[in-house]
Ligand binder design. Structure first.
Ligand SMILES: [Zn+2]
Length: 152
């Protein structure tokens, strides 16, 4: 049974939400894509900043490009207070529930963007209490709070 469904998102245009109640630790959907080498990412204009959103670092040599229609998981939005995480299992990436998720709740995970000079390109509208206003991985968010102590 499918655990997810398409949803008009409160955060972004599209999103996925829980089709039924999901238990913490459940595997929800595979993050599918094509393997690309780090060199391909550096040399191909496809992977400019905008497309980075769909790239997953697999290891030193490979990234997974999830920017394909067949990758439904690409619709999942980032949140500063996510309910899902992406984990590798048998060399495949899966979206797992980090906690119990209620039916119809939007699925989100931390995109894990590093904090660099371009961070302002990625505005976050997740609406969480702890939202820093930009899509930056949890470990780096304190930097943004320092720069912009007041975020509305
Ligand atoms: Zn946020």
């Amino acid at each position: 049974m499918k655990l997810y469904k398409n949803k008009k998102s409160n955060i972004h245009r599209h999103g996925l939400s829980a089709a039924i109640n999901i238990k913490k630790g459940q595997k929800i959907i595979q993050y599918k894509g094509k393997k690309v080498t780090s060199n391909q990412v550096e040399s191909n204009p496809k992977y400019n900043n905008e497309k980075e959103i769909y790239l997953f670092n697999l290891n030193k040599r490979y990234d997974l490009d999830g920017d394909f229609k067949f990758n439904t998981a690409r619709l999942i939005n980032h949140s500063c207070n996510p309910n899902c995480e992406v984990l590798e299992e048998n060399k495949r990436l899966w979206i797992f529930a980090m906690r119990d998720i209620k039916k119809n709740e939007e699925l989100t995970y931390d995109y894990g963007f590093s904090f660099d000079k371009d961070f302002k390109q990625y505005v976050c509208k997740c609406g969480s209490k702890n939202c820093v206003g930009y899509i930056v991985r949890e470990g780096s968010r304190w930097r943004i709070k320092k720069i912009r102590p007041v975020l509305v």
